[in-house]
Write a protein that binds this ligand. Structure first.
Ligand code: GTP
Ligand code: MG
Length: 340
């Protein structure tokens, strides 16, 4: 992360529409600390003139529990109108606690709920989601430990889709019990971009935005429409080159769900190429994804090579920060006025 002058930071602090105050909530062991590290290592603000940039203490902290992060939205996201008024630069205050005190809840505008997909929504996450909803704090979700789920030998793509879907459903059931029409729809969904799929340990992650951006060009449809097609009952019939909501084609043959085909499949190809025995399988995958590796990266063992490729393919911090900036409210928004 580049260094900031005090003036630059003051400038960011002076634009409430471009501030996000958030917390990461999770059940024990689901990945809160590992995700916090991803945010800190890729986006923490450091102050110019402070030379101690190897120690964690040099991060720009407000008190001891808030870490200031910086994100500049990519140009293609600038068309999202509500984020235009004050430019593309955002200050995210990550409240680095697992505390549930009401004082802390009051300074938050949103929360990132972490779920270990291999076990589902934990009790502690459920309790904390209830607390934030009671305070009208908006949640977004990270479905974490996707690497574990992908390395599970006998799990099919469809079974994995169903596992992911179940975690999302259980969060939405909770949210549904707090439904207040005046607040808008708090339910989370991959097609809206409020769910990030992550491997915090390996540093990669994505929302459907990343994949939709890629495929919208290929299919000539706009990104939001493409996002909707990449989740749920959507299938692409390769024979007719048409999208359908039916899981079988005209001949009664099974069609693969679009999420499995367009999202899980490219990721699995990387996993298979790296974890498999045939070294020559890696180059075609790298070419396809337009990823270049340094000589040092090439000589890494499988585990670290996988991490190196996946973080270049789908950097977790970008996906998570964009989700937070785009979907969590600012302190100035009507949502937050009720609690501040
Ligand atoms: N395979 C895998 N392991 C992960 C992932 N994220 C976290 N872990 C591991 O899971 C364990 C718990 O992760 P933490 O980040 O400490 O989780 P936490 O929610 O902060 O846990 P506590 O603070 O101890 O409750 C650690 O051993 C992490 O390395 C992931 O995406 N994939
Ligand atoms: Mg922890």
């Amino acid at each position: 992360m580049g260094r900031f002058t005090v003036e630059k930071i003051q400038g960011l602090m002076g634009k409430p529409t471009n501030i996000r105050n958030m917390n990461i909530i999770s059940h024990y062991g689901h990945g809160q600390s590992t995700l916090t590290d991803i945010f800190v290592s890729s986006a923490a603000i450091t102050v110019a003139g402070d030379d101690s940039d190897t120690s964690p203490g040099e991060k720009f902290r407000i008190g001891s529990t808030v870490i200031a992060l910086y994100r500049k939205l990519p140009d293609e996201d600038l068309e999202v109108e509500q984020h235009m008024e004050n430019g593309s630069e955002f200050l995210i205050n990550l409240i680095d606690i697992r505390s549930d005190t009401s004082t802390m809840l009051r300074v938050m505008d949103g929360a990132l709920a972490v779920v270990d997909v291999t076990v589902g929504v934990g009790v502690q996450t459920e309790i904390l989601i209830r607390k934030i909803l009671a305070e009208r704090i908006k949640p977004v979700v990270a479905l974490n430990k996707l690497d574990c789920a992908l390395l599970e030998p006998k799990v099919s793509k469809e079974e994995l889709y169903r596992t992911l879907s179940r975690s999302i459903d259980s969060i939405n059931v909770l949210i549904g019990t707090y439904n207040e029409p005046a607040l808008g729809d708090f339910r989370v969904s991959p097609e809206k971009g409020t769910v990030t799929f992550t491997s915090a340990l390996q540093g990669w992650g994505f929302t459907l935005r990343q994949f939709a951006s890629k495929y919208s060009k290929k299919f000539g449809v706009d990104r939001d429409k493409m996002m909707k097609r990449l989740w749920g009952e959507n299938f692409f019939d390769s024979k007719t080159k048409k999208w359908t909501t039916q899981s079988t084609d005209v001949d009664g043959e099974h069609l693969e769900r679009s999420f499995n085909m367009f999202v899980l499949d490219p990721i699995l190809k990387v996993f298979e190429a790296v974890m498999g025995t045939a070294e020559e399988a890696i180059d075609p995958v790298l070419r396809k994804l337009e990823i270049e590796l340094t000589q040092a990266e090439r000589s890494l063992d499988n585990k670290h090579l996988l991490k190196a490729i996946m973080t270049k393919f789908l950097p977790a911090a970008d996906a998570l920060l964009d989700m937070v900036v785009i979907h969590l409210p600012s302190p100035r928004s009507p949502l937050s006025d009720t609690v501040l």
